[in-house]
Ligand binder design. Sequence first.
Ligand code: NAD
Length: 363
Amino acid sequence: MSIKIAVFSAKPYDKQYIAAALAAKKEDSSPATDGGPSDNPLDLVFHDFALGLDTVALARGAIAVCVFVNDVLNEAVLEALNKEGVRAVLLRCAGYNHVDLVAAERLGFFVANVPSYSPEAVAEFSVALLQTLNRHTHRAYNRVREGNFALDGLLGVTLHGKTVGVIGTGRIGLAAARIFKGYGCRILAYDPYKSDDFVKEDLGTYGELDDILPQCDFVSLYCPLTKDTHHLVNEHTLTKLKPGAMLINTSRGGLISTKAVIASLKSRHLGGVALDVYEGEGGLFYNDHSGDIIDDDELMRLMTFPNVLICGHQAFFTVEALTEIANVTLQNCTDYLLSHPCPNSLVRSHKLFVRRDSYPVRI
Ligand code: NAD
């Protein structure tokens, strides 16, 4: 008998990498039966739209849903999934701010993420965004294609010797700090849980957020979205920033108050913003809306600033990361089906390892 898994927000590249991981797993598995997915073939049902209250019925008959960053897994959706007989949530991402882990725990769900598929992929992209914003490469690209080789308006600063604020020194923040160190930057970090590696590798100096912000030429966010970090960048923190400083966010949109950022850009205090994530991205990102009227006035205002650069949540998007995401998601699924300890389990009732970075909070 096959085991049905409903895969939401599944794009062609997701299908391709999950199929490759499945094929590799089949090749690896010995003829000896282990009761796992090779004995009970997985029936993956792909949906290219997101999971939400309106689509939850499509999970009927599935033992698990496999989801991404903009699928909705609040209490109401989890209740509905529970009624449909779904028992597990397999996240194809590291962040889990969109899952109500308290409700998941209460309903007995297994929930697992892919905590570290390629921190370097995200860190490298954040630095690429920072340098694009700083050196105006995106504007130069368009100009040159139109035969305009003038340099006016493309002036940047040399990164060497500049001060970069690294907010969050977990896996991605550490990888970014190593790159900034290579550029010859001075790194000031803020994290309520200091990293031994950051200190051992002499990557920079820790300080309190209010103390480091006025010293930074660039500030880049690498912390999860929790109830404590929601709108970490707000009217107050923005006034602390050095005038002309640039802000980079590859973590989660909710870390930044868009309203406050727009006000700071308008007052010419904030020198520029590069975003891979946006607090209203759900329902917009990962889909082509080029023929639509976009109703989000804050996003549209942001896009009118010459010193704002926005990408559609693509920092993770590398061959290596997609490969790892597919492999680890399948492994999490196998662990669940075989009741094996799963190192990536996020709910205590599915025991095992409760990680230091578990934040069972509601936003
Ligand atoms: P991680 O858990 O390894 O590190 C997060 C760090 O943030 C930890 O050291 C934690 O102590 C710290 N932190 C917690 N609260 C903080 C606060 N108030 N201020 C400062 N630091 C705080 O996570 P990671 O793998 O480095 O990922 C970080 C985030 O990046 C994820 O939560 C996810 O939201 C985001 N992410 C984005 C993409 C993308 O494609 N744009 C891809 C992967 C992850």
